[in-house]
Design a protein around this ligand. Structure first.
Ligand SMILES: Nc1ncnc2c1ncn2[C@@H]1O[C@H](COP(=O)(O)OP(=O)(O)OP(=O)(O)O)[C@@H](O)[C@H]1O
Length: 646
């Protein structure tokens, strides 16, 4: 952005006063009494003054200029700093003339530019014997003085230049400017300089902010011409600001222009656009100042940056924010298997050793981990959970171990506390441990052995006291055999083992789970219908042939659907039919729990895929995204079932 850098605000305002001869004397008299500003006097005129001011500006900031007459006007046209002109008022002219009348001869009043009406009227009203003249440049001033001399004028009241010329020609010259007007002009210049400086400081602030923004920002005036753009936008446009400011945005940005925004004065947010080979998320907003349109702003975001930010927010919420909600009492089930789990939870809670929980998705692994924590002596300490499968390797590493300030590009100031440290004195739940990359497995093993963590970039390890509970739906032993999981880590984790059986292997738990879920449902605010016993019976009946691939989580979902929708389907005598309409998936062919484990799993997967596909209204792309599998995989699975991609 090509804006001047303001001097630091603590420096006093710097004003340059330009004047020769008579005006110079007045300025010299007044300058010592100026407060809160530094004033430099330049005894030059026209081009010479311009040159001196330029030289001065190379060394120091000049905030404003005071000058008078034709010289003042000349400077105004050539400099980009405000030039305050010494005014000429009727009152001061009157004083000048009355002083001139003390001289015997004829009097002339010469002003720069046209003679003002105020002065003309004043002279006429008092029938003063005064010649009125004006001049626009030095030659005219010279000609004017010669004419006055030939007319036998003796006293000339005029600006400095003419006063000098008059004296050179043997006339009496009296300066038209009064001390009062010159003082006022200096004061005005100081004020203008001060305002200008605070404006510049504000602009610098905005520029700094814009410079820091990773999004590209460009603002245009009401004509669509570029007023300002930030470095990120320069990059997007591939041209420096110096070449762009003042040019119409539409002339080279085509699709990115702001003309419709200026025309309709309506914001348009988050549009995805292509611009010179890259995808951008653009937003356009009109600038309305005090009810008037003054321009518009375009911001361009890089979708990759948005994704990165989203990921880091997710990291935060996926790890730290999970609060402990469950205890032993929340583990529901009448089966012997669940009774065994409860006993193991209590035993684990009394120990400090690492626990490994295995079980299919939705069997309650996190519920068990939280229960162990809540029953242990660490219950009032932090419970920190992270899903190791949800992050790319580098992010998982920095989440777990933290890093020191400046350890890599993009590292936050002050570094970052890792989850091991965050869980100090408490419990760290490592969900989906089977997904942890080998390199991190090695680091994890070291933490377990040494009981200390080393932040990325650090040299000194931090001692920690953390209880580790790991969980997986995978068969870690076969992962060890396949070489993707470290054997030593497996042994280290597998000290206390809790195996959670799939729901289909413990049908006795279905009824108590349904009851517990219904109780929770009824406790929620609002008018909630009781679940019809006939429907429950029909559900239990249908479950006998259903594998519940999503286990308790799936049961929760199915039940919620039934409870929400059951009112719509009068159940009397037709509970099974109603259920078929509400949860068709559990009646589907192939849903039966038969065949090999692998076949059952595949059938269960397929049912799940189909259900998600139904929920997405048949949109395969969306279903693939929800299922976290590629579209090709989705397509292949459906195809294997005889349903090609359609
Ligand atoms: N025995 C149980 N009693 C009561 N609720 C249960 C039980 N088992 C699981 N749940 C409930 O089922 C849901 C899924 O449980 P949880 O998230 O602990 O499963 P998970 O095995 O960790 O799943 P995933 O591996 O998919 O993350 C939770 O709402 C949990 O409360």
């Amino acid at each position: 952005m090509n804006m001047p850098i303001a001097s630091p605000p603590q420096l006093p305002v710097h004003v340059v006063a330009v004047g020769l001869h008579g005006l110079r004397h007045l300025l010299e008299e007044l300058i010592p009494s100026v407060r809160n500003a530094e004033v430099t006097l330049i005894e030059k005129a026209y081009d010479e003054a311009v040159g001196d001011i330029a030289a001065l500006r190379r060394r120091a900031t000049v905030d404003a200029i005071v000058a008078a007459g034709s010289n003042g006007n000349y400077l105004r046209q050539r400099l980009d700093i405000p030039v305050v002109l010494v005014r000429v008022s009727g009152f001061d002219v009157m004083q000048g003339l009355s002083a001139a009348r003390r001289y015997a001869g004829r009097i002339a009043l010469v002003t720069y530019g046209v003679v003002s009406d105020e002065i003309r009227q004043f002279v006429e009203t008092f029938a003063l014997p005064v010649e009125l003249r004006s001049y626009g440049n030095e030659d005219e001033a010279r000609a004017c003085v010669h004419e006055l001399k030939s007319m036998d004028v003796e006293v000339v009241v005029a600006p400095g230049l003419v006063v000098d010329l008059a004296r050179e020609n043997g006339l009496t010259g009296m300066l038209i400017y009064s001390q009062r007007l010159v003082r006022e002009a200096i004061e005005d210049a100081v004020e203008v300089g001060r305002l200008r400086r605070s404006e510049a400081a504000k602009r610098d602030r905005i520029n700094t902010i814009l410079g820091e923004l990773r999004d590209g920002v460009v603002a245009v005036d009401t004509e669509g011409r570029i007023e300002v753009l930030n470095p990120a936008m320069e990059k997007i446009l591939g041209q420096p600001a110096g070449r762009l400011v003042g040019r119409p945005l539409a002339s080279f940005m085509g699709d990115l222009d702001l003309e419709p925004t200026l025309r309709w004065q309506r914001p348009e947010l988050e549009r995805v656009q292509r611009f010179s080979g890259r995808t951008l998320v653009t937003s356009r907003v009109p600038i309305i100042e005090q009810g008037r349109l003054t321009g518009a702003v375009l911001t361009c975001q890089d979708p990759e940056a948005i994704r990165r930010m989203d990921r880091s927010l997710r990291t935060r919420s996926a790890s730290r924010m999970r609060s402990v909600r469950y205890g032993l009492d929340d583990i529901v089930g009448d089966s012997r298997l669940i009774a065994d789990v409860r006993a193991r939870v209590l035993a684990c809670a009394r120990s400090r050793a690492t626990v490994l929980i295995t079980g299919e998705s939705g069997t309650g692994k996190e519920l068990i981990a939280q229960s162990i924590h809540m029953e242990s002596e660490r219950s009032s300490q932090p419970f920190v959970a992270i899903n190791c499968g949800a992050f790319p390797e580098s992010l998982l590493e920095s989440e777990l171990f933290g890093y020191t300030e400046g350890s890599f590009t993009g590292a936050s100031r002050g570094g970052k506390t890792g989850l091991f440290e965050a869980a100090h004195t408490g419990t760290l739940f490592l969900d989906e441990i089977g997904e942890m990359p080998l390199s991190l497995q090695t680091r994890l093993l070291r933490v377990l052995q040494e009981k200390e963590v080393l932040r990325i970039g650090a040299t000194d390890p931090t001692p920690i006291d953390v209880r580790i509970i790991a969980a997986t739906h995978q068969d870690l032993a076969s992962q060890v055999a396949a070489g993707v999981f470290r054997r030593d880590l497996y042994y280290r984790l597998n000290i206390l083992l809790i195996r959670l059986a799939p729901l289909r292997d413990r049908p006795e738990d279905l009824r108590p789970l349904i009851q517990a879920l219904q109780k929770k449902w009824l406790e929620q605010p609002g008018d909630r219908p009781q679940l019809d016993e006939a429907l429950v019976k029909a559900l239990l009946e249908a479950s006998r042939n259903y594998a519940w691939p999503g286990n308790v989580r799936e049961l929760e979902n199915v039940l919620e659907r039934v409870m929400v929708l059951s009112d719509l389907y009068p159940a009397q005598g037709a509970a099974a039919d109603a259920l078929k309409t509400l949860v068709p998936e559990i009646f589907e062919e192939g849903a039966a729990a038969s065949g090999s484990l692998e076949e059952r799993r595949r059938a269960a997967d397929l049912r799940h895929i189909k259900q998600v596909l139904r929920e997405c209204g048949g949109n395969q792309a969306k279903a693939a995204e929800l299922l976290n599998i590629s579209r090709t995989t989705l397509w292949r699975r459906l195809k294997s079932d005889g349903q090609g991609a359609g």
